[in-house]
Write a protein that binds this ligand. Structure first.
Ligand SMILES: Cc1cc2nc3c(=O)[nH]c(=O)nc-3n(C[C@H](O)[C@H](O)[C@H](O)COP(=O)(O)OP(=O)(O)OC[C@H]3O[C@@H](n4cnc5c(N)ncnc54)[C@H](O)[C@@H]3O)c2cc1C
Length: 341
């Protein structure tokens, strides 16, 4: 019989589970219900009692102590290993977060298990567990089954609902961890000098800026400063996350005048990211296949382009506005500001 362990960890505040952890809890609860399997939840946090509120009825195991306040390979791997050994599950679900994705393959190896990553959906048919993931930059969808146990599955964030069901009062079982000698001391956090945090995975809207923002406009001039202020104005007013085409972010390395808040981390597409947002708005971007393949998980797509023959109009967007994005975004910002006031 299968048994399921969902591993979770705290967010930067240390006082709440991450959103992706609560999505994994939903996935675990659904799978346990389908299989009639017992569900255990494991918590990695300095003070797990803060995280246990709001969890569903399940056995809850936790490691605790200052060693787990920050992500660190040696301590996180030891914590996950101890939780899995204590729970003895056949299936381990965990969020595909930066913190867990770097340790989980090692943990699976220590336990003689098998791991699959970037899982987007789980199902059980004829008591077989099926895990879905995408290959070849989201072009091919595969359904995997495995006989090996324990089977570790890292779930992509944004693929399940955040657990918000009826919370049970959890009785936490503390699991002792034998900590390895640590060579790593976390002394603080340093973020890249970007001025503005533009990548917001939890935003409802992805706003994509294409190279058109830096091209000559109908008046024969380029308008970088106006472009920067319109884009930042829209991000501030809407709370959208900022994506970019490759052509636009590449301009920085080609020595041209660019939008200073954009880096390759913003790039969406075949050689960029595949973010998940309910809606997307593309501006000044041609909608070529290597870019649009990164929109696989954007549910509703709209684009503003001057070119009526752009890729978006060829079935890649739900709505295309053939219009000047400078004018449209200026008007949108005006409307958003007046709504706020
Ligand atoms: C192996 C490989 C991998 C690649 N990977 C990626 C990837 O990961 N991501 C990616 O994005 N690309 C990728 N590309 C590049 C991709 O093919 C395109 O070259 C790129 O996406 C084009 O960027 P763009 O649409 O912003 O620029 P352009 O093609 O220059 O299009 C600019 C658009 O802006 C419009 N425009 C200009 N002014 C305005 C205005 N005022 N209002 C409205 N519209 C306006 C123009 O009409 C034009 O359609 C890859 C290519 C290859 C070969």
């Amino acid at each position: 019989m299968e048994s399921i362990l969902v591993l979770t960890h705290a967010d930067e505040t240390g006082s709440a589970p991450t959103k992706a952890s609560l999505e994994a809890v939903t996935a675990g609860q659904e799978l346990a219900a389908q299989l009639g399997a017992p569900l255990t939840i494991g918590i990695v946090a300095a003070q797990p009692q803060h995280l246990s509120k709001g969890l569903p009825s399940a056995r809850v195991l936790a490691v605790s102590g200052d060693a787990f306040a920050q992500p660190r390979y040696s301590t996180d791997a030891a914590a996950c290993e101890a939780l899995v050994r204590a729970a003895q599950p056949t299936i381990v679900l965990a969020p595909h977060s930066a913190r867990f994705s770097r340790v989980m393959a090692g943990v699976a190896h220590r336990l003689g298990g098998f791991i699959d990553t970037h899982i987007t959906a789980l199902a059980s048919t004829n008591s077989n567990i099926e895990a879905t993931r995408w290959f070849y930059r989201q072009r091919v969808e595969a359904v995997l089954t495995r006989e090996s146990r324990p089977w570790f599955l890292l779930l992509d964030p944004g693929t399940h609902e955040v657990f918000s069901g009826q919370a049970a009062s959890a009785n936490i079982e503390q699991i002792a961890v034998e900590l390895p000698t640590s060579r790593t001391t976390v002394t603080g956090l340093r973020a890249p000098q970007q001025g503005t945090q533009t990548i917001r995975p939890d935003a409802k809207l992805l706003f994509v800026a294409g190279a058109g923002w830096t091209k000559k406009q109908p008046d024969g001039q380029i308008h970088i400063e106006a472009a920067a202020s319109l884009i930042l104005g829209f991000l501030n007013a809407s709370g959208a996350s900022l994506g970019s085409s490759k052509s636009l972010v590449d301009q920085g390395s080609e020595g041209n005048s660019v939008l200073p808040f954009l880096t390759h981390l913003n790039q969406v597409g075949q050689t960029g990211a595949t973010p998940r947002h309910p809606k997307g708005l593309s501006t000044c971007c041609h909608g070529e296949e290597p870019h649009v393949v990164g929109w696989r998980f954007i549910a509703e797509r709209r684009a503003i382009s001057l070119d009526p023959n752009c890729g978006w109009t060829r079935g890649k967007a739900d709505v295309v506005y053939i219009a000047d994005a400078f004018q449209v975004i200026a008007k949108l910002n005006e409307l958003l500001e007046s709504k706020k006031a």
